[in-house]
Ligand binder design. Structure first.
Ligand SMILES: CC(=O)N[C@H]1[C@@H](OP(=O)(O)OP(=O)(O)OC[C@H]2O[C@@H](n3ccc(=O)[nH]c3=O)[C@H](O)[C@@H]2O)O[C@H](CO)[C@@H](O)[C@@H]1O
Ligand SMILES: C=C(OP(=O)(O)O)C(=O)O
Length: 434
């Protein structure tokens, strides 16, 4: 288990370039299985989860060649189905959440699919029912081996159908969509998730020859086609990383410019940080955050306390709730943070309280942050990163704190943030990987 040793209190200054989006990459990489032709993907982040998924693809016979920095060509012309029965596949695929999205393409192209219960953050129950009910509505038959935590699906009799998704699930929508594009007939997915990750996936699939309409809405209509072709796709910058950098700049009182943000794709993320009083300027496609000595949380029009809560897109993404929470610690004022989707994602606040933050954890979903307005600083402590976003929230807290902090289990952070220590050190942070 690796750790970060952080010397807090340094002001950062400079430019940060966001990596390609982790959660988009996981969908897009699964989609390469849908064609035997070459697919070229640009802006692939060099992070643990994505590297593991690329390894898995290679293990199952997908040819991968590096064409440049973050650019790879994939060719799934000879996929080995035997591999899906191996213990190695079960173990490797169980390490990341994104592996579950291999099922949709397998069903669409080969009429059958197998996958273990996926990994990912332990942030509460993470049901997969939406995925399997969606496949069943297409006519697939599914069985679950509880002893082995292994799903097997027979999709040989799939036909386009009307699917009302039980939940607005990001990976669930991607999975059913990828099965439907190569399924005969018309499939309608209502109550679909429409995060930018999914919009990007739809654009990629359409460029491969799929017929998807309603992209960006919660109603997708898919006319099944018999074959998909090669394409070239570029990943969006990671909106969660961009949000994390905005929070980092505010908490550490630093002047940071985040380059090439694709601002129109960020939805309400910038405005949500502005509600905490954080100033930012859009300079072309860059976001400039000036060094701010103070920032004041706004209230609602009637003067009542601001609430920041997560919701499926175009609402505020749950993956930035931990970052908003930590950023509020040094603001002036009070905010109620409501993490509606996941029930175990706010427990890391006990570490922030140990550092000196004024936070009341009301229940597993809600925390009230009473901003310190920089009247005193957090103090460095030793802590463990429980999940990817809490890990980065703790890193931001540690960078703003007096003294030294140690964050253990940084593998969680490495799942989704590319060389975060090196990139932040380049603009003045002091983080040592130990
Ligand atoms: C690899 C990947 O892409 N992971 C993302 C994906 O996970 P993932 O696709 O696994 O998450 P889902 O969108 O399925 O659901 C997230 C959670 O919210 C709950 N839920 C969802 C919709 C709803 O209307 N009501 C509700 O309660 C679900 O039960 C689940 O616990 O989307 C999540 C929600 O944006 C993000 O946090 C994850 O980073
Ligand atoms: C929860 C997350 O990831 P995963 O779904 O891969 O666990 C995340 O990216 O914040």
């Amino acid at each position: 288990m690796a750790s970060f040793k952080i010397t807090g209190g340094r002001k950062l200054k400079g430019e940060l370039i966001p990596q390609g989006a982790k959660n988009e990459a996981l969908q897009i990489l699964c989609a390469v299985l849908l064609t035997k032709e070459p697919v070229i993907i640009h802006n692939i982040p060099n992070i643990r989860d994505v590297n593991k998924l690329m390894e898995l693809l290679e293990d199952m016979g997908v040819k991968r060649s590096k064409m440049g920095d973050g650019v790879y060509k994939f060719e799934a012309d000879d996929v080995s189905f035997d591999y899906f029965e191996t213990q190695e596949y079960k173990d490797k695929a169980a390490e990341l959440r994104g592996s579950v999205m291999l099922l949709g393409p397998m069903l669409g192209r080969f009429g059958r699919g197998k996958a273990p219960k996926p990994g990912g953050d332990k942030i509460g129950r993470r049901p997969l029912d939406t995925h399997f009910i969606g496949f069943q509505k297409l006519g697939a038959e599914f069985s679950y081996d509880a002893g082995d935590s292994f799903y097997s699906i027979d999709g040989s009799k799939m036909k386009g159908s009307y699917i009302w998704m039980e939940e607005i699930s990001v990976t669930g929508t991607a999975n059913v969509l990828m099965a439907a594009v190569l399924t005969e007939g018309t499939t309608t997915i209502y109550n679909a998730a429409c995060e930018p990750y999914l919009q990007q996936l739809c654009k990629m699939l359409n460029s491969m020859g799929a017929k998807i309409s309603g992209v960006g809405s919660n109603l997708l209509t898919i006319e099944g086609v018999t074959e998909l072709f090669g394409c070239e796709h570029t990943m969006l910058p990671d909106m969660i990383e961009i949000g994390s950098f905005i929070g980092l700049a505010a908490m550490t009182g630093s002047e940071i410019t985040i380059k090439n943000c694709r601002i129109p794709e960020l939805g309400i993320i910038p405005d949500t940080f502005r509600k905490l009083g954080i100033e930012m300027e859009f300079r072309g496609d860059d976001i400039h955050i000036p060094a701010q000595s103070n920032y004041k949380i706004s209230t609602l029009i009637d003067g009542s306390i601001l609430t920041v809560y997560d919701a499926p897109w175009p609402g505020f993404t749950p993956d930035l709730i931990s970052i908003i929470l930590v950023t509020a610690i040094q603001a002036k004022g009070t905010v109620l943070i409501h993490q509606k989707m996941f029930e175990s994602r706010l427990f890391f606040t006990d570490k922030l309280i140990d550092m000196g933050a004024q936070i009341i954890l009301c229940d597993p979903h809600r925390a009230t942050v009473i901003g310190l307005n920089r009247e005193y600083n957090l103090r460095g402590i030793r802590m463990t990163s429980p999940d990817i976003r809490a890990g980065v929230a703790l890193l931001i807290a540690a960078l703003s704190a007096d003294g030294t902090s140690i964050i253990d289990n940084i593998e969680q952070i490495d799942r989704g943030y590319q060389n975060i220590d090196t990139r932040l050190n380049a603009i003045g942070a002091e983080i040592v990987r130990v």
